[in-house]
Write a protein that binds this ligand. Structure first.
Ligand code: MIC
Ligand code: SF4
Length: 641
């Protein structure tokens, strides 16, 4: 039997394990990336490993999230990351150089290589034929040290594209269509491979929009073949020699095949507060819009921005709308300027922001109270924009422009002719904002600079044989890491200060949680299905650890978050009978007994001491995971080895 494209890359990087879906496998990692909001922690973790130089082919530290610098905190963290990168052999992409995923695609992504990044949208690299995964900071630290990356061998889904997109229907609408079909948990445990004749008309940045939002499906990753379109992109980036052809075998077998006829798609929109709450744009026409934001790692490529500029050219935005544009990289911004397109954007009344994540993560540009914000981003979780009662909708750049011009949700097809925009034959290459590390000799003298915002890690706690603690918080389905550990301009500067962050843990659900958890000493949490979806931030595990969370019981977990819980030494358990979720009440005292023996047989008994009821919980830990939990997490486990 032939292999799928992802299986081929896995096979060529397999360190241990069998490629049987559901089994743990370990992969050799060629490249890593970090961004600053997770990077400070990842490099602190890397430093504890005592390794002089990264052992990857390439590691890049990007500064793109925490760029407001309202106080000393971020500036200090950036200096720390810059110095640690210089010392340990990591390239440093300076603030303003762009969003990690966009810059990595432009300058560093190589088909057939493996990449892990401390950011959940690292699968953007799948657009260029990389096998790219989002991971917690500790996993990235281990990979930088030459260690393998462990995942559960995924199932293979094929998305077969036929036909051609009609004018004003875009790659973003394809992402929204697959979310409509599969939902935010439909990709869990799977890799999505995109193929079919329909991909021939999709450029690499458009493919990257699609693999980027595969994260919203909960997928392990997403990937496109590497073909002559990939070659053209690499050549235009001056990296043609890095191209290799990659495709699945004709007789490769998939666990599921999804067919999408591109010619039938219409402009789509994801409504508050979930990326899979998808409707046709036409169904919402006339809805008043207050704010429009164009950018983010999903839609900030040169092609996206040139289309936006062409549609704005000679027009003025509606006076009631505030429009922001964040180009994805310095390369994009410079080329917009050279083409005169930046002037068309400015003349329309748009506000041009820095080449960074910006509004996507609530770093400024929060909407007005109860405002309606249309964004070309990938997530619209409650509160993520920084305005608790705002309604955020996810759309294509074309639909965003239509709303900015009219002040209402408008089908972009009403804008008239779509200007013909093509990918340039050559991009403007200037890597001067990516600083190279010191050579090994010089590196010995490089001093790592630490600011006062860097606080120690929470103490690790080995999982013992018994946990008895109150159920301090019970939450529902699809809880995101933005619920568990919110981001935004006020909180993000403290990513290296767990005690400070802890005040905001679960603030979206229950502001009293941190105090109650601290008072309880030890705590058990209960959640519904897909618990921990969304970002890769390990803070959503480290902060609960700090607050005394010892176990999380849920109907099911999101992939990166469950790995982060185990890395932090928190026991993740699932209900054998999902209906048992309804029988546990917040405030009950729970006890888990004979945990170590239970981990071996995959079943742990739970007693609700308050009601006297007993329940069966499941776990499926590998020997490595059991050892990590017993040691108190990945760092303690690694130190012990
Ligand atoms: C996000 O989009 O939620 C983030 C901010 O990029 C996160 C990383 C973080 O929390 O720092 C992600 O996607 O992993
Ligand atoms: Fe940045 Fe938003 Fe992309 Fe996260 S999703 S990396 S915050 S642009």
């Amino acid at each position: 039997m032939g292999m799928t494209l992802a299986q081929k890359i896995i096979a060529s990087h397999l360190v241990s394990g069998e490629m049987i879906p559901g089994h743990e496998i370990a992969l050799r990692i060629d490249q890593t990336l970090t961004q600053d909001a997770t990077g400070t922690m990842a490099y602190l973790e890397f430093e504890t490993m005592g390794i002089d130089r990264v052992r990857t082919e390439l590691s890049v530290a990007y500064i793109d999230h925490n760029t407001l610098q309202c106080g000393f905190e971020n500036a200090d963290d950036h200096r720390y990351i810059q110095s640690v990168a210089r010392k340990h052999g990591i390239r440093f992409s300076r603030p303003g150089n762009g969003i990690c995923h966009q810059v990595h695609l432009e300058r560093f992504g190589v088909p057939g290589k493996t990449l892990i990044g401390s950011d959940s949208h690292t699968p953007t690299g799948g657009g260029i034929g990389m096998l790219a995964f989002g991971a917690g900071g500790m996993d990235v630290a281990v990979a930088m040290g030459g260690g393998a990356y462990y995942i559960t061998m995924p199932r293979m889904f094929k998305v077969n594209l036929t036909g051609r997109l009609r004018p004003f229907v875009t790659a973003k609408d394809v992402s929204l269509e697959i979310l409509r079909i599969l939902s935010v948990k439909g990709g869990v445990g799977a890799i999505l491979e995109w193929g079919g004749e329909g991909i021939r008309a999709l450029s690499v940045p458009e493919r990257a929009t699609i693999t980027n939002m595969g994260t919203e499906l909960g997928a392990t990753t997403s990937i496109f073949p590497s073909d002559d379109i990939t070659r053209a992109f690499l050549e235009a980036e001056g990296r043609g020699e890095q191209w290799v052809e990659l495709k699945s075998d004709p007789d490769a077998e998939y666990d599921r095949v999804i067919d999408i006829d591109l010619s039938t798609l219409e402009p789509l929109i994801a409504c508050p507060h979930s990326p899979d709450n998808v409707k046709k744009v036409s169904a919402l026409k006339g809805t008043k819009v207050d704010q429009v934001c164009i950018g983010s790692c999903t839609n900030s490529s040169l092609i996206d921005m040139l289309k936006v500029a062409a549609l704005l050219k000679g027009r003025t935005i509606d006076p009631s709308v505030s429009l922001s544009i964040s180009p994805g990289s310095r390369q994009v911004l410079a080329m917009l300027a050279e083409a005169g397109a930046l002037n068309d954007i400015l003349a329309s009344g748009a506000r041009v922001l820095e080449c960074a994540c910006g509004p996507c993560i609530g770093m400024g540009f929060s909407p007005n109270s109860a405002g309606v914000s249309l964004r070309t981003f990938n997530r619209n979780f409650l509160g993520r924009s920084g305005t608790a009662d705002a309604g955020v909708y996810l759309v294509s750049p074309e639909t965003a422009v239509a709303a900015a011009l009219t002040g209402t949700i408008t089908d972009p097809r009403l804008l008239g002719e779509m200007p013909g925009i093509r990918m340039p034959a050559a991009f403007r290459i200037d890597d001067s904002a990516v600083l190279l590390p010191a050579d090994p000799e010089e590196a010995k003298g490089v001093e790592v600079v630490r600011g006062p915002n860097i606080k120690p890690f929470p103490d690790s706690r080995p999982v013992g044989d018994e946990i008895s603690a109150p159920l301090t918080l019970k939450v529902g389905d699809n809880i995101t890491t933005d619920h568990i550990m919110p981001a935004g301009a006020k909180i993000l500067p403290y990513r290296s200060n767990i005690p400070h962050l802890s005040q905001f843990c679960f603030a979206v659900c229950d502001e009293t949680f941190p105090e109650r958890a601290k008072a309880a000493g030890e705590t058990i949490l209960v959640g519904g299905s897909n618990y921990g979806q969304g970002s890769s931030r390990e803070h959503a595990a480290l902060v609960p650890l700090y607050l005394g969370v010892r176990a999380v019981i849920a109907k099911s977990f999101a992939r990166i978050h469950v790995a982060n819980l185990i890395n932090a030494g928190i026991l993740p358990l699932t209900f054998v009978h999902p209906e048992d979720y309804d029988r546990l009440n917040q405030g009950d005292r729970l006890s888990l007994r004979d945990i170590h023996a239970g981990m071996d047989i995959g079943r742990i008994a739970l007693l609700d001491e308050t009601t006297g009821e007993t329940f069966e919980l499941a776990c499926d830990f590998t020997d490595r995971q059991k050892a990590m939990l017993k040691a108190g997490g990945l760092l303690a486990y690694t130190a012990g080895k």
